[in-house]
Design a protein around this ligand. Structure first.
Ligand SMILES: *[C@@H]1O[C@H](CO)[C@@H](O)[C@H](O)[C@H]1NC(C)=O
Ligand SMILES: *[C@@H]1O[C@H](CO)[C@@H](O)[C@H](O)[C@H]1NC(C)=O
Length: 127
């Protein structure tokens, strides 16, 4: 998943052998100022860690996204990695983290980054 590569790899490594997980959990960063039913995440990258697409999986996915995003807040390179994956320029965007299981709805994880983000030409720039 986007900017949490190391954490993700560690997490996935733990999962291997535990289950035959194949269903997708999406951790979706969105522009907190512009969230509607039609909103598309800024970056969409599935984590194939779920056994099914049920209610329980929804909670697992939400908690996972929340944990990963919480860790990313302390990663000094998070902004840089995030911008590198973005195909547009953004100015003063506060990122809100949503989770989604399979083809389900986006659920707000309760997490919005305090620090605004600015990206120009895939580079993180001061806001
Ligand atoms: C809000 O998001 C929609 C759909 O993603 C987009 O079409 C629209 O331009 C956005 N509005 C603003 C103010 O960024
Ligand atoms: C982003 O901003 C830079 C500098 O203002 C500009 O050259 C570039 O075309 C912009 N890219 C997009 C995708 O709008």
């Amino acid at each position: 998943m986007f900017y949490f590569c190391l954490v993700t790899v560690l997490f996935l490594a733990q999962q291997i052998g535990k289950s035959e997980a194949a269903e997708s959990c999406f951790c979706a960063p969105m522009d907190s100022k512009n969230i509607t039913k039609e909103s598309e995440p800024l970056i969409k990258h599935p984590l194939k860690v779920l056994k099914d697409c049920g209610k329980e999986a929804e909670q697992v996915c939400l908690q996972l996204c929340k944990s990963l995003a919480t860790l990313a807040q302390y990663d000094p390179n998070a902004g840089k990695s995030f911008c590198a994956q973005l195909n547009k320029n953004i100015t003063n965007i506060h990122i809100s983290i949503f989770s989604k299981v399979c083809d389900g709805e986006y659920l707000y994880t309760g997490l919005t980054f305090n620090k605004p983000l600015c990206c120009t030409n895939k580079k993180s720039v001061p806001c």
